[in-house]
Design a protein. Structure first.
Length: 371
């Protein structure tokens, strides 16, 4: 449990999306995108707040027209998490949301027309201190690249990205991040590996259109896991055809498993078998649902019997080991108390919350001493 992550992260330039640092060794930011109608300000604000409560560092909002731009301004005033405006083709929308306080522009310079329009967007971004995200997608490659390569390939994705980057380089604007997404895991991984060698800017990782909750989680975990193990990636979005909150949960679980982020509870739980002395699956389902609000890093083991339970419990902040007539709880690796099955979840939840508050208090005290 205490083994550090063996991953050496790629060195990249640091930018800031609002108050969130991206790249340059900063913690890998987890983001999602709203799927409400942007013109429905109340619904979009509510979804953004749910995403923030789930732990989102950054949220992207689609801004397809000027009406949506004005709605974006109202949304921005009601939330505190940094917002990225997703814009295609119309440079005037980018100029407007820059005035309204956007934290990052997702716009491909090569798609917005004449050089003077690109310059206007870059000048606005520079003036307001806003970074740009270049986003290349295998499903929307330029026609000449489709003709040149015959089909989407990693090389085609990178060539498209470099075209957009060239626009920003000519205007001496280095504060951008780049994504080269594909729904095919191998294509996306190869494209990111190629691009990582060619630029110093941070990379936004994603397997686009990955699928539903289960299949998309598996596909994203494999693809992003391969890249993260290589040290590639500064911010991630897990694209799921599901509630966007699930994207945040999966993203953090992914980073926690690789020991790249510590936020919330890291559960270690057995799959259960006939040796279990309590219902492990029901207990875990209840705990995960009840404790979603805890952002303090904690390791909690829930093991149904004494075969592996004590060994896991000794390496976690709180460990539950099944036993008869009562289950044994370890705190900080030492036996602490026994819990009976009739109030097991309630009692364990109380212990976990108490431990989280204790760790928070210690962290606050340390910060106060260092101030």
């Amino acid at each position: 449990m205490n083994m550090p992550s063996p991953i050496t992260r790629r060195t990249s330039r640091r930018i800031h999306v609002g108050d969130v640092p991206v790249g340059g060794g900063a913690p890998i930011a987890v983001q999602s995108m709203t799927n409400t109608d942007t013109n429905d300000v109340a619904a979009t604000v509510a979804q953004i707040q749910r995403l923030q409560q789930a732990g989102a560092d950054i949220v992207r909002v689609s801004v397809p027209d000027m009406d949506a731009a004005e709605a974006f301004g109202k949304i921005k005033r009601q939330v505190s998490v940094p917002l990225v405006a997703d814009i295609h083709f119309d440079y005037k929308i980018a100029l407007r949301v820059a005035e309204l306080g956007v934290d990052c522009l997702r716009i491909n310079p090569g798609n917005i027309g004449r050089e003077d329009r690109v310059r206007a967007v870059v000048d606005a971004a520079r003036h307001h201190g806003i970074p740009i995200r270049i986003g290349v997608n295998a499903g929307s490659l330029e026609k000449d690249l489709q003709k040149k390569y015959g089909e989407p390939t990693p090389e085609a994705l990178v060539e498209s990205a470099m075209r957009h980057i060239d626009h920003l380089d000519r205007l001496d604007f280095p504060d951008f991040k780049v994504s080269v997404k594909a729904s095919d895991v191998f294509m996306a991984v190869a494209a990111y590996r190629l691009l990582a060698k060619q630029i110093e800017q941070p990379l936004h990782l994603g397997i686009t259109e990955a699928g539903g909750l289960r299949s998309g989680t598996v596909k994203s975990s494999i693809g992003l896991g391969m890249l993260l193990m290589d040290g590639i990636g500064d911010t991630i979005r897990v694209s799921l055809a599901a509630d966007p909150v699930e994207e945040i949960k999966v993203g953090f679980d992914m980073l926690k498993s690789l020991k790249l982020r510590a936020k919330g509870i890291n559960f270690i739980a057995c799959p259960s078998c006939s040796r279990q002395n309590f219902d492990v699956i029901a207990t875990m389902n209840a705990l995960e649902e009840r404790l979603e609000d805890i952002m303090t890093p904690l390791n909690v083991s829930v093991i149904g019997c004494v075969v592996n339970g004590p060994g896991e419990a000794k390496e976690t902040d709180i460990g539950l080991t099944g036993g008869s007539p009562a289950n044994l709880v370890y705190i900080d690796g030492k036996p602490a108390s026994k819990l009976r099955n009739d109030h097991l979840v309630d009692d364990l939840e109380a212990l976990i919350r108490e431990k989280a508050k204790e760790k928070e208090s210690r962290a606050d005290a340390l910060i106060a001493r260092e101030a």
